[in-house]
Design a protein around this ligand. Structure first.
Ligand code: GLN
Length: 191
């Protein structure tokens, strides 16, 4: 398996390290020619969503990525990556997000939480994180809430978290994503 990791800005190396630990090959997307290489899935990392949006557009990556996700390419967006998947950005996930949702003082914090489909508690690192304010279609399912706010969701082959699983040593969210990639279409419908 080979997973493309958007490497324009933000915490992309940490995702690659986790995927390598799980025996998965990666390649970085820095320009359109990188995107043309074969891939089984895409990761959009945390960082700064405005900067990432601008670069996606400038580099001609915005439309090809959007189209590939609409055509079923599995994608995992963390933090700014979740913002990019939301309505008003790439718009492939039917979610509305609130950016920097935890305000200045609580901008960065760590907690443990439950995620549907994963055993036990998952360490969750939030850094000036968004949360999902609204789920806009029945195809999109919340997977986790923290303090009453949705912090993880799945829609078909799209996964998004407000927190940064790549900044902890817990491999659960990435394992969940790898499983999602391999699921047959029929499982996807009942997931
Ligand atoms: N606050 C950032 C944004 O709005 C996201 C922060 C992150 O990815 N850690 O894009």
């Amino acid at each position: 398996m080979n997973i493309a990791v958007l490497a324009l800005q933000g915490a992309f190396i940490e995702h690659e390290q986790i995927l390598h630990q799980l025996g998965v090959q990666t390649h970085e997307i820095r320009q359109l020619s990188d995107w043309q290489k074969p891939k089984d899935a895409l990761i959009i990392p945390g960082g700064e969503s405005t900067a990432q949006m601008l670069l996606l557009k400038q580099l001609g990556l915005f439309h090809p990525i959007r189209e590939a996700i609409f055509n079923g390419l599995p994608v995992f967006g963390t933090c700014a990556g979740m913002i990019l998947l939301s309505k008003d950005h790439l718009g492939t996930m039917d979610i509305e997000v609130r950016r920097n949702a935890y305000g200045r003082q609580l901008g960065s914090f760590h907690t443990d939480g439950k995620v549907d489909g994963l055993e036990g508690h998952i360490p969750m690192t939030f850094i000036r994180a968004p949360y999902i304010e609204k789920i806009l279609s029945p195809q999109c399912h919340p997977l986790s809430t923290v303090d009453g706010h949705i912090v993880a969701a799945r829609q078909g082959k799209q996964l998004a978290t407000s927190f940064h699983p790549e900044l902890t040593d817990h491999l659960g969210m990435h394992q969940y994503f790898l499983q999602m990639i391999q699921e047959k279409e029929s499982c996807q419908l009942t997931a």
